[in-house]
Design a protein around this ligand. Sequence first.
Ligand code: ADP
Length: 675
Amino acid sequence: MIAKLLIANRGEIACRIIKTATAMGIDTVAVYSDVDKHARHVKLATAAVRIGPAPATQSYLRIDKLIQAALQTGADAIHPGYGFLSENPDFVDAANNAGLIFVGPSADAIRAMGLKDAAKQRMADAGVPVVPGYHGTDQDAKSLKTHADKVGYPLLIKARSGGGGKGMRFVTAGDEFNDHLASAVREAENAFGDPVVLLERYIPSPRHIEVQVFGDSHGNVVHMFERDCTLQRRHQKVIEEAPAPGMSDEVRTAMTDAAITAAKAIDYTSAGTIEFIVDGSAGLRSDCFWFMEMNTRLQVEHPVTENITGIDLVEWQIRVAAGEPLPLQQAEIKLHGHSLETRLYAEDPAADFLPVAGTLHHVDFPKNVRVDTGVESGDEITPFYDPLIAKIITFAKDRRAAIQAMSSALSNTHIAGTTTNLGFLSALVVHEEFESAKMDTGLIERHSDALLPRVTDTPVDRLLACVVLAGLYNWNDKTGWRLWGEASVRVKLCVSQGPSQSQSQGYGERESCNPSNCVHRISFAPNGTVRLLLGEHDDTRAQETSAQTGDVMDANVETGASASCASNGRADASLTLQSINDHEITFTVDGERRRVRYAKWAHPVTGDRHLSLKTAQQTHTYHVRNPLVADQRAQSSTNTVTAPMTGVIRLVHPVAGTKVKAGAALLVLEAMKME
Ligand code: ADP
């Protein structure tokens, strides 16, 4: 029996585990670092314990602190979630030695699968097909080259301790091998303290298909079908789905049999995943899949399996950890429907997906679909941890309907305050090759241009921005002296996908600013009329827009009154407002009714105004500088190095006075696990 469970994790997965534990009547203990003091997982748990400062090495990776937190709160079990210590056998040993139940596999099983080379050998011995290659102990560069020539090109060099694609190199031909080997070894040594590599034949048109397995302490092992995680970017999963498109009963049986053999070979207990690389060049075949590695934990993408089987994997983990047998036999586990998961990240697709830290001023998730998240409006994405905002999960009777549901769910998601990959995901789920399941792991890279969202705000978007921004000002404002004339505010609307960290700090600017459309004037006449002058500094293109009812346009703009505004110039910028509430504007354009989500906020230091507008496919962030501080910023811009994001300076190379060559590295900035 488990009565109190400590969750040694944070973010969405901590919240996810708390949800099931609570439903089972189990008390929960959250742990938090200083930056997570007010995080959602802390609020949801029955109790919470501080375990240290923000860096994970001083908090979420501290085995001693976690065990101490469990003992001090009287917890009898620890769930590790994924990431952090979830696959660290020493953590399992420490928990067991302290008399605590570890909700996961045994330390031995984790060790058996911990190193890719040993795991492959063990699987090959058990009769599981493994990717042809070399995974021996001879690490001499010359011998490795000889082995590589035997394996054939293209091939992959992989770090045996690798994860997250680190220490992995793609080698197209023999003459590149030595350089790639040297750099893979260097990276592996740095990242994992282990330079040992293995060589693998590169599988053409690769698809990543994995099987969910589950074992108990009574010797039972079942599978819960497969997940397709082929849509990846730099070996990181972006969209996952279950079942795999194009899977036949015959291939499914072959793959799930192999997965069960693999799990049984190491007496596996709890939830685990056997990852296979599949040659999809001629459809799925029962002789064209090979074991890559086993993840000995709950996977990020477990919700899609929960949807197609109706099983709560966390509940099973807790029951099995408490010594119960598996709740269902293999024959009782049925597959129905189709499920998709997209990973919503705080990252900037336009800047090579650089992670973005910042405040989530407003988050609005779709209703009627499963959203696993660890954040709420007002929370921060800090540079200390993975910048995952949420997993959006849809479930429908078939793949087409699940895609449709995902597309609509993404349209109904609005994240204001940081740049996200939302537009990229929206484009990806409706991409023709994904829709028709003609996919391999290179799909995203091949189509990256088409998938990168453009910042294309329409005149209607700009007009809406002015209407909402007008609500920030009113004629009774004491700014500026006037005698009967109009109070007017000149706004420079710069549009971007979202404010980068530097903008939200007020340091720099990366917006796309088309001079012909970015300076506007909003004026407030004494009679309450608001006039919007779009593109005012370019006289030939200037157009005047008046809003008829002052009420709606002043500070009461949010009370839900309705009014209309029409442009006297071009008709494309004319709209009729229907209603405005806190985060939504309804209006009609050309007789068509539309709804746009918005959120606005002021920067606490600079006073700059930000407005985020979410149309169906795009998020535009408009930025209105506070004119009172703009000048100071302009002056300080020379000789200043602006970091693209918050991070830690790891290394400063030259000392003051040193002469440096153009192109020389000056410092190393580390943020979100990247340098
Ligand atoms: P990591 O543990 O670093 O994530 P994996 O071994 O799990 O590395 O591989 C990550 C991804 O790299 C896979 O999902 C797949 O897309 C690709 N990959 C790995 N091995 C091969 C291979 N032999 N041929 C083709 N692609 C591969």
